[in-house]
Design a protein. Structure first.
Length: 374
């Protein structure tokens, strides 16, 4: 982007929303743009996605200049871009796999290839077995996973995401951006994401701030919401930190300092705990107790926890008519083991509700396994 400016309206009603914005976003980067409402974030995203005409300046995307480009050239560029929006924009009459297939429509694949790639992408976002579910039968987080699958199924070179976690709770929001990061890294594409959600800033290679239509590297906008403050500040240079403190009023500075104190105190407690070296028996007991509690949630009386090729924990010893399991992944989404439950109370069969319940434990239990077996 070089000197990009943009306005809406004409004459006396004309309102400029972007002012001389310049930035470089490199191949394979994850860049997050934050800023208050009305700062021009969505406008910037739609310009980069060839969804809006460039009025002033240059917007060079995927090797082609957008300003003055012919309509057919803009269509070709959009085919190489994946779009994810705050509202998932799924078609209510289509099931999950059919919604993902719409992402392949511009590529004109044959029916078999379209079906296979759509199903594989749904599996990649953790929705295997839910291919036939309508959007109304999915949770908010699951609908956003379908939207991610639709955006990534044609392996775009660039993904543009507009507030993808805005309508989700903290757990679901974190899960969808982790999935987005892992899949995008695997495909080698670039991500440009705009958000108000400071809890996800740590997935970014860089954080940019758009405020009053002007782009900067950091500003008080990052301190607008509580939570994950240390993570946000870790992306900031020393000079930008000086600018941050000087730009805050005394009450705002004091409030920020109190929130920073709480996070630093928690960090120091964890650091002291790790420095002392907690006994392995503590971690083993922690892991075992959580594994038994998960079993109780689905009424399982026997099961086994495998880490790599070794059995870490066993529960009971019986076998029922079927088993249920979930894959254990670390923070990098790499498979490190599996938790399998093989029998249920009174010999009953496991249900789809049991399988859904287990999926809720995948991420937190995976992190627990990672720290307990490190």
């Amino acid at each position: 982007m070089r000197g990009v400016s943009h306005s809406y309206g004409q004459g006396a009603l004309r309102k400029q929303v972007l002012f001389n914005v310049s930035a470089d976003i490199h191949a394979g980067e994850i860049v997050i743009v934050v800023g208050p409402s009305g700062s021009g974030k969505t406008t910037l995203l739609t310009l980069a996605g060839a969804l809006r005409s460039v009025q002033e300046g240059g917007m060079h995307v995927l090797g082609r200049e957008l300003r003055g480009a012919r309509p057919n050239d803009l269509v070709d560029i959009r085919r190489e871009i994946g779009f994810i929006f705050q509202a998932h924009n799924l078609l209510g009459a289509l099931n999950a796999v059919e919604n993902v297939r719409t992402g392949l429509t511009p590529l004109r694949y044959n029916a078999r290839r379209t079906r296979l790639e759509s199903s594989a992408m749904l599996e990649a976002v953790g929705l295997a077995g839910r291919e036939r579910a309508l959007p109304s039968e999915l949770s908010g987080g699951q609908r956003q996973r379908v939207a991610i699958a639709r955006a990534l199924v044609r392996r775009p070179k660039l993904v543009l995401a507009d507030e993808p976690t805005a309508s989700l709770d903290s757990t679901s929001g974190r899960e969808v951006v982790e999935i987005l990061r892992q899949l995008a890294r695997g495909q080698g594409c670039t991500i440009l994401l705009v958000t108000h959600d400071n809890r996800i800033l740590d997935i970014a290679d860089r954080v940019l701030v758009l405020e009053d239509g002007k782009l900067g590297s950091f500003s008080p906008a990052l301190s607008a919401e509580a939570g994950h403050l240390l993570t946000a500040l870790s992306h900031v240079s020393s000079s930008d930190l000086h600018n941050l403190w000087s730009g805050l009023s005394e009450p705002d500075f004091l409030d920020l300092l109190h929130r920073l104190r709480a996070e630093v105190e928690q960090y120091l407690n964890v650091y002291e705990f790790s420095r002392r070296g907690a006994p392995q028996e503590f971690f083993d007991g922690l892991l075992e107790s959580v594994f038994h509690r998960i079993a109780k949630v689905i009424g399982a009386t026997s099961g086994v926890l495998r880490i790599g090729n070794a059995i870490k924990l066993e529960l009971g010893g019986g076998a029922g008519p079927q088993s249920v399991a979930f894959t254990i992944r670390d923070r990098e989404h790499q498979v490190v083991g599996q938790a399998e439950f093989t029998a249920k109370v009174d010999g009953a069969a496991f249900t789809q509700a049991d399988e859904r319940a287990l999926r809720d434990f995948e991420r937190p239990f995976g992190l627990l396994v990672e720290v307990c077996t490190h």
